[in-house]
Design a protein around this ligand. Structure first.
Ligand code: KIV
Ligand code: NA
Length: 274
């Protein structure tokens, strides 16, 4: 694949080979995943994962733009999608368009993602009709943590109809795909079967049209807590801490730097290593 897929390409993968995606916030991490992901999300999880915030509510447009620009520099083959932060779109379609256009113009993202179902269908329609591809995000929507009352599974028992209605609303409004976060597997499978756009699961079902994880979660860098839906494919946080501890011990013992890390006072012969 030579050029990055666009929103239509992603949409066309409905029912095909599952879409692969991860979040990224920095250039080097984006480079590592570029050859493996269909799209990369600059998630507002950046606030919790990299900035130590206790929720995503404090994430600003400026933070999203800065991290979006960094990620864009690391991508050639994967599509870039960027989250709209809390407070940047909920007032109405005009506010949402203004901020979505800014996110796309300043980062080069090919689409924005926003949280909400039925209550966002007018906004999604407005953006899509004006040239902004929208990925929706329903089920557990972390920006609504204060009204949801916790990071609970969404759509169990008599809540299932509401989540199903959200899925249909965002699809009908023109979203090119929809993230399903922390919903029962059978509900995720039903939504995947009923809507014409790809479902991207996180804590949903292997039957979704794609999956996403927060990269620091799956690499074991973010260890403040681990949701059930996270699989740690590596344990890099503890590895990094062990390396830091070894460095600290060697500095204190004056065994670092060693001879090969310091410079002599005579210039080396031509062609030799400095
Ligand atoms: O902000 C984020 O990381 C997300 C994904 C987990 C879907 O919205
Ligand atoms: Na998000």
């Amino acid at each position: 694949r030579k050029t990055a897929p666009n929103a239509q390409d992603i949409r066309a993968q409905k029912g095909g080979v599952p879409l692969v995606s991860l979040t990224a916030y920095t250039t080097p991490m984006a480079r590592l995943m570029d050859g493996h992901c269909d799209f990369v999300l600059v998630g507002d999880s950046v606030g919790m994962v990299l900035h130590g915030l206790s929720s995503t509510l404090g994430v600003t447009m400026e933070m999203m733009i800065l991290h979006g620009q960094a990620v864009a520099r690391g991508l050639e083959r994967a599509m870039l999608v960027i989250d709209m932060p809390f407070g940047s779109y909920e007032e109405g379609p005009a506010q949402a368009f203004r901020n979505a256009a800014r996110l796309m113009a300043e980062t080069g993202a090919g689409a924005v993602k926003l949280e909400g179902g039925v209550e966002m269908d007018e906004t999604i329609r407005f953006l899509v009709k004006r040239g902004i591809p929208v990925m929706a995000h329903i089920g557990l929507t972390p920006q609504s943590i204060n009204t949801l009352g916790g990071y609970k599974v969404q759509g169990r028992d008599d809540q299932a109809q509401a989540v199903l209605a959200d899925a249909h609303a965002v699809a009908d409004a023109g979203a090119f795909s929809v993230v399903l976060e922390k919903v029962p597997a059978t509900l995720a499978d039903r939504i995947t079967a009923e809507v014409a756009i790809p479902t991207i699961g996180i804590g949903a079902s292997a039957g979704c049209d794609g999956q996403i994880l927060v990269v620091d979660d799956m690499l074991g860098f973010f260890t403040a807590f681990k949701p059930k839906f996270v699989k740690r494919y590596a344990d890099l946080g503890p590895m990094a801490e062990a390396a830091i501890a070894e460095y600290a011990a060697e500095v204190r013992a004056r065994s670092f730097p060693a001879a090969e890390h310091v410079f002599g006072d005579q210039a080396p012969a031509k062609g030799a290593k400095t």
